[in-house]
Write a protein that binds this ligand. Structure first.
Ligand code: SAH
Length: 402
C-alpha cells in the first residue's frame, strides 16, 4: 500500500539520526530543529533528517523530554489497524516457544521491546490487560483494541489507566475500563504448571509480575528441604513455587500490601498447600529484616524482589544505597552457604552497577559470594538492543559463604 495520508513533518538537527538508525525509538526535544505548530500533542508525524530525508514515523508530545517515539522506519507503513495487527502477530511469533499448556500468562506486547512504545499488553489465559503509558498511544487506543481482538481471539480486554507515568504525559489517571467482551474480577492462570489467581482490576500493574517467571522456576533448584524467606512477595509468586517444590519446605512471605498477602494465601490454597505450615507477614520488609536479625532468625534461602528504587537518573545514587542496605539485611539472615536471590527492576541501574552493589554489601559483612545464575528479561519481555534501558530486570542467584 502506498502512503496516501500525509503526516505533518518535523526535522532533526544535523547528525541527530545516528541512534535512530540503529533502532533507538526515542527523539529528545533537544534533537529537533522544528516542529510545526499545528501538530497536536499526541499526534502522528514524520521525522526527517536535516537534509529533508525521511527517517521515521511516530507520535509527538510537547510536554515530555522524549518529544517523539518512533513507530516505524518504513515510509509506506501507515499507522492503522493493519499496522497494529502486524506488530501483534510479530510479537506472538517471538513468544511461540512458550509452552502454553504449562504457561498461559505472559507479556504479549512489551512496549519499546516489541516496537510499540507506550503499550503494554499482558495476557492472562483468555483475558488481555492493557496499560497505555503515553499520550500518543492513548490516541491510538481504538486501533490497539481492534487489532488485539482480531489477532488473539481474546474474550475480554481491560484497560488499566492508573500507571503514574501517565501523569507526565498529560494523561488522566482513572479506573480500569472494559474495552471489549467480559473481564471477570479474578482470572485463573497457570505459570510453569502452577496456578495463580490474578485480579486484573485492582492488582498491582496489570495483576501479576510476569517478568520473574523464569526466575521463579530457577528458584526451585535451590529450595529442596529448605527454610525460605521471600521479601516483597506480592501475591506469593516465588513463595508458591518454593512451597510446591517439597512438602518439607517452609516459606515465609513478607509484603507491605494486605490485599496482596490475602491473595498469596488464596494462591497457596489453590495449589493444595497447607497454610499452617507457612508464614504470611504484612509488614515493611526492611523492618521485618531488622527485627528478624535482632531475633537471630536464620533461613537457607532469601529472595529479595523489591519495587524499583530508582525511577529515573536523579534517584540513582540513593537507589544503590537502598539496594546495598537491603542486600546486607538479607545476607545477614542466611546460614553459611545459603542462597540469596536478589533482583533490581530499576531501568537506570545496570547489571554491572547492581552486582557491584551486592558485592559491596557482602564485603561490608565479610561474606564471600559466588554467582550461581544471572538473568535479565524473560523472552516475553524482549530487549531492544539499541536501548539498553529496556533490559531493566536484573536477577542474580548467589551462594553466600562465611
Ligand atoms: N516477587 C513478586 C513481585 C514483587 S513486586 C512476584 O513474584 O510476584 C514488589 C512488591 O513489593 C509489591 O507487592 C509491593 O506491595 C511490595 N512492597 C513495596 N514496598 C514494600 C516495603 N517497603 N516492604 C514490603 N513490601 C513492599
Amino acid at each position: 500500500m502506498s502512503a496516501s495520508i500525509h503526516y505533518p513533518t518535523a526535522s532533526l538537527r544535523p547528525h541527530k539520526e545516528e541512534q535512530l538508525l540503529k533502532g533507538h525509538l526515542w527523539v529528545f526535544s533537544g534533537a529537533l530543529q522544528q516542529v510545526p505548530k499545528w501538530v497536536q500533542p499526541g499526534g502522528l508525524l514524520d521525522l526527517k533528517d536535516a537534509r529533508g530525508q525521511f527517517i521515521a514515523r511516530g507520535y509527538y508530545n510537547n510536554r515530555t523530554d522524549i518529544a517523539i517515539r518512533i513507530l516505524t522506519r518504513n515510509s509506506d507503513e501507515l499507522i492503522d489497524v493493519d499496522f497494529f495487527r502486524k506488530r501483534i502477530r510479530h510479537a506472538m511469533e517471538v513468544r511461540v516457544s512458550l509452552n502454553t499448556e504449562q504457561t498461559n500468562a505472559y507479556r504479549l506486547v512489551n512496549a519499546e521491546g516489541d516496537g510499540l512504545p507506550g503499550l503494554i499488553v499482558d495476557r492472562y489465559a483468555d483475558i488481555m490487560v492493557v496499560q497505555i503509558h503515553t499520550l500518543g498511544m492513548e490516541q491510538l487506543r481504538p486501533l490497539v483494541v481492534e487489532a488485539l481482538v482480531a489477532e488473539t481471539g481474546t474474550k475480554g480486554v481491560l484497560i488499566r489507566n492508573d500507571n503514574q507515568s501517565r501523569r507526565r504525559e498529560g494523561l488522566y489517571l482513572g479506573h480500569p475500563v472494559v474495552a471489549f467482551g467480559e473481564v471477570p474480577e479474578k482470572v485463573e492462570m497457570i505459570e510453569n504448571g502452577i496456578r495463580f489467581l490474578v485480579d486484573p482490576y485492582e492488582g498491582q500493574k496489570t495483576g501479576f509480575f510476569l517478568d520473574q517467571r523464569d526466575n521463579r522456576e530457577t528458584l526451585r533448584r535451590y529450595v529442596q528441604g529448605k527454610r525460605v524467606l521471600n521479601c516483597f512477595s506480592y501475591t506469593g509468586g516465588f513463595s508458591v513455587y518454593a512451597a510446591k517444590t517439597s512438602k518439607v519446605n517452609r516459606v515465609t512471605s513478607v509484603d507491605i500490601s494486605e490485599p496482596a498477602m490475602e491473595q498469596a494465601r488464596e494462591n497457596f490454597v489453590l495449589n493444595g498447600l497447607d497454610l499452617d505450615l507457612h508464614e504470611f507477614v504484612v509488614q515493611d520488609a526492611f523492618e521485618y529484616l531488622e527485627q528478624a536479625r535482632r531475633d537471630k532468625e536464620k533461613f537457607e534461602v532469601v529472595v529479595l524482589d523489591p519495587p524499583a528504587f530508582a525511577k529515573n537518573k536523579n534517584s540513582f545514587e540513593q537507589a544503590l544505597l537502598a539496594y546495598e542496605r537491603l542486600n546486607m539485611l538479607g545476607m545477614q539472615l542466611l546460614r553459611p552457604g545459603g542462597v540469596l536471590m536478589t533482583s533490581s527492576c530499576s531501568g537506570v541501574v545496570s547489571m554491572k552497577d547492581f552486582m557491584e552493589t551486592v558485592t559491596k554489601a557482602a564485603e561490608k559483612l565479610k561474606l564471600s559470594l559466588q554467582v550461581y545464575d544471572k538473568y535479565t528479561n524473560a523472552l516475553d519481555h524482549p530487549i531492544n538492543k539499541a536501548m539498553p534501558e529496556t533490559a531493566y530486570l536484573k536477577t542474580v542467584f548467589y551462594r553466600v559463604g562465611a
